[in-house]
Design a protein around this ligand. Structure first.
Ligand SMILES: Cc1ncc(COP(=O)(O)O)c(C=O)c1O
Length: 439
């Protein structure tokens, strides 16, 4: 046992796998065993491993200027270029970008910006933020409050009420649909519940609604047909901002550049991280509408500087790597590739529904989740079986992730080819078969 306090790890089950190197879609452990990375690290290494262009640009930037801040009037061209390129890509009009280091801190920034904005426009009571059960928005003190997974709340005494965070339903029809309820009825019930919550709390007290277009860590949940159209209509009706957390779904993951586009979400604020730099270096972006940015500029002459920002906001080396990542996505048409290969990947994964222990398969593009059950008819969730399959996958050289107890999540690098997609599905199939035989 080393002296590391491991993140999101059972402290009694640490250091079970030491990864030493990576190349393309594969990583290798300290004994040289090869694994196909079915989760792209943490849903993030979209360009895979050992990308020479990213390595080179990081080296070059370090030689030029390894670090210079963005505080108090200072800036650098690589950061400016990244913000311009990113803003042009986003499905938001004239988005303005605040750089951070992680998805969590970007969501924290959004919460602070909301308060600042509504204070400036004279509506200080508009502070509440509606998140959803099973959401994952990170782990800073504020982001943990947005997260809707019980394990992330237990023992932490989070200031959920103090920060005015509310949670509404998770849109998972398979799990949360009532007996006899159609998907359309389920969707309407959730939207009615959301409207009721807004009315009970008072629309003038609600600043924003935050959602992942597809829940990742909460179990790869895709919303029912029409869900976001109806949610968007409600938010427009009650003048509530939409914070779209695309930390996992952004940058081609779903076969669309951003999942907001796929679901017709008109975001006022977007959260981006992970694939922004293909995880080669830590960087996040809190993107906000021009209206929000212009409004927070207003009081500057009275209150002074906008007093929020990290030492590493817009770190030049991270910015250089992120810019190159975005250029590679564009040049190599990787979002289109993810869409095309994603159709094949989903089709192949759907074969696994033949297994008694696979209750539901859901996904889009190159992200998918398999819900593992012990009794298909009754949809009995079985986390133990999911853990056993995940362990077999590892033995067979496939890394995936068990999330929300009984879901096996897949999210391979966008650069995988057809035979690697097959390799993932074949290894998963074999692992399920072996697990079932040994039960
Ligand atoms: C949707 C979403 N938001 C926010 C985060 C938090 O990002 P980070 O771990 O970089 O703080 C994650 C991380 O998995 C995420 O999936």
């Amino acid at each position: 046992m080393t002296r590391i306090i491991y993140p999101q790890t059972n402290p009694n089950e640490t250091e079970q796998l030491i990864i030493s190197r990576g190349q393309g879609a594969y990583v290798y452990d300290d004994k040289g065993k090869q694994y196909i990375e079915g989760l792209a690290g943490l849903w993030s290494t979209s360009l895979g491993y050992g990308n020479e262009e990213l390595i080179e640009v990081a080296n070059q930037q370090m030689r030029e200027i390894a670090y210079t801040p963005m505080f108090a009037g200072k800036s650098h061209n690589i950061g400016i270029e990244l913000a311009e390129t990113l803003s042009d890509m986003l499905p938001m009009d004239d988005a303005r970008i605040f750089f951070g280091n992680s998805g969590s801190d970007a969501n924290d920034t959004h919460l602070k910006l909301l308060r600042y904005y509504f204070n400036v426009i004279g509506k200080p009571e508009k502070k509440k933020v509606i998140s959803r059960h099973r959401a994952y928005h990170g782990v800073t003190m504020a982001a943990s409050c947005l997260t809707g997974l019980p394990a992330f709340h237990q023992h932490f005494n989070l200031p959920i009420d103090e920060l005015n965070i509310l949670h509404t339903d998770c849109p998972h029809y398979y799990r949360n649909g009532l007996p006899g309820e159609s998907e359309a009825q389920f969707c309407q019930r959730l939207v009615d519940n959301l409207e009721q919550l807004i009315l009970t709390e008072g629309p003038d007290t609600i600043a924003a609604f935050i959602a992942e277009p597809i829940n990742g860590a909460g179990g790869v949940v895709l919303p029912p047909q029409g869900y976001f159209d109806k949610v968007q209509a409600l938010l427009n009706k009650y003048q509530i901002f939409f914070i779209c957390d695309e930390v996992i779904t952004g940058f081609g993951r779903t076969g669309h550049d951003f999942a907001s586009r796929a679901f017709d979400i008109d975001a006022d604020m977007m959260t981006l991280a992970k694939a922004l730099s293909s995880s080669y270096l830590p960087i996040s972006a809190a993107a906000v509408s021009a209206n929000i940015h212009e409004t927070i500029r207003e009081p500057a002459n009275k209150v002074g500087a906008f007093a929020h920002g990290y030492t590493y906001s817009g770190h030049p080396v991270c910015a250089a790597v992120a810019l190159k990542t975005l250029q590679i996505y564009e040049r190599d048409q990787l979002f289109i590739h993810a869409g095309q290969l994603g159709c094949y990947f989903q089709q192949r994964l759907n074969e696994l529904i033949k297994f008694e222990c696979v209750g539901e398969i859901r996904g889009m593009g190159l992200i998918a989740g398999l819900e593992i059950v012990s009794d298909k008819a009754n949809k009995t969730a079985c986390a133990e079986l999911a853990a056993n399959i995940a362990a077999r996958c590892l033995e067979n050289g496939l890394i995936l992730r068990q999330v929300y107890g009984n879901t096996l999540a897949l999210c391979p690098p966008l650069i995988i080819n057809k035979s690697q997609a097959d390799e993932i599905v074949d290894k998963l199939t074999l692992s399920i078969e072996q697990t079932l035989i040994h039960r």
